[in-house]
Design a binder for this molecule. Structure first.
Ligand SMILES: C[S@@+](CC[C@H](N)C(=O)[O-])C[C@H]1O[C@@H](n2cnc3c(N)ncnc32)[C@H](O)[C@@H]1O
Length: 331
């Protein structure tokens, strides 16, 4: 199944897939921009000036928005993009899709809380590291019958994560203890750098103002106790960094929206390595990313939903930015 980051797929098809599978229901603006590009040979030809890996809709749209493109109808965006293409191309060439969504911690928490603590978190593809602080955020899980709040032990956090769940999602009554946290990223972003923050902001989809506010609040938490993020390829750095985790904590290697950027050999190498480590492997990725994870298509889910899995077994479908979880019955 094609994904919008797959560089082997023609641009029109990539943008169609992004519109229909990733943006629909989440961003009317991006759905319309991506459908517009898919039907517009002249604009697709501009985008084809970029290397295949850089033609990704999310990257081109974020570069345009960083430079001032306004959310609105495709016809206006098209005119703007053609007039500013040289700058958009340069920005896309020097930036990467590094969306860092603290809200994804609401997907991790029900799984982390079931593991024996204390925890040592190692995130691959950590971006600026905002998903390394699940113990510093507050959670509001809406069960449909009421809201369950879970706050840090020292009181409510300035970051509140809202997540709609079904009754089967196991919720803890307290947050897990995290005694060690570290990450790996090809290009770690620095939440104390205004340019990096502006890029993280531009990566947030136009209608998602709550996510923009959350980014600023989560960045302030991370800036007060900056994460250690090792620069480099996750397959090359994983073993050495994992060896630094304290032996008396449960190591959890986690990743969200990362492995789609690896080729098949890179994914297979990562899976081999992570399965050989002590501890657990928590993944939140689009369904086609791991052929080895048996996905449960019989359970209802939205086309944009992603697979929440522990140690390679799917536990739930999840909204990709952390807004919802649909837990699956044990097979
Ligand atoms: C879409 S972001 C997701 C960030 C974070 N996991 C989150 O969910 O908020 C993907 C991140 O993976 C990183 N990445 C992609 N390929 C990588 C690789 N081979 N090794 C290390 N990091 C990688 C990118 O630099 C980027 O920061």
């Amino acid at each position: 199944m094609a994904t919008s980051v797959d560089g082997t797929v023609p641009t029109a098809e990539r943008y169609r897939v992004f519109a229909e599978r990733e943006a629909r229901g989440l961003s009317a603006c991006y759905e319309s921009w991506a459908s517009g590009v898919a039907d517009d040979q002249a604009t697709a030809a501009l985008i084809d000036e970029l290397q295949p890996a850089k033609r990704q809709p999310n990257l081109v749209f974020s570069a345009a928005r960083l430079l001032g493109a306004e959310a609105g109808p495709y016809a206006e965006f098209r005119d703007w993009l053609h007039a500013h293409w040289r700058d958009v191309r340069a920005t896309a060439e020097t930036h990467a899709t590094q969306t860092n969504e603290a809200g994804r911690c609401a997907l991790h928490l029900p799984v982390l809380a079931q593991l024996p603590g204390p925890l040592a978190l190692l995130e691959v593809g950590a971006s600026a590291g905002l998903c390394l602080y699940p113990d510093r955020y507050g959670y509001r899980y809406d069960t449909g019958r009421g809201v369950v709040r879970i706050d840090p032990a020292d009181g409510p956090s300035p970051v509140q994560l809202d997540c709609a769940i079904d009754a089967a999602v196991p919720l803890p009554d307290r947050l897990p203890e995290v005694v060690w946290r570290a990450g790996i990223d090809l290009h770690p972003l620095d939440v104390t750098d205004p340019d990096d923050l502006a890029w993280l902001d531009a990566l947030i989809w136009p209608e998602h103002d709550d996510r923009r506010r959350r980014l600023r609040a989560a960045a302030a938490i991370a800036a007060a106790d900056p994460p250690r993020i090792v620069p480099g390829d996750l397959n090359e750095r994983l073993g050495a960094l994992a060896a630094e985790a304290p032996a008396d904590a449960t190591l959890v290697v986690l990743h969200t929206a990362v492995l789609m950027y690896l080729d098949d050999a890179g994914r297979a190498s990562f899976e081999r390595q992570v399965r050989a480590l002590p501890g657990h492997w928590l993944s939140v990725e689009a369904a086609p990313v791991f052929p080895g994870i048996r996905t449960r298509d019989e359970a209802p889910h939205a086309p944009s939903d992603v697979v929440l899995a522990l140690d390679g077994e799917q536990l739930a479908w999840a909204q990709p930015h952390g807004r919802g979880i649909r837990w699956l019955p044990t097979p």
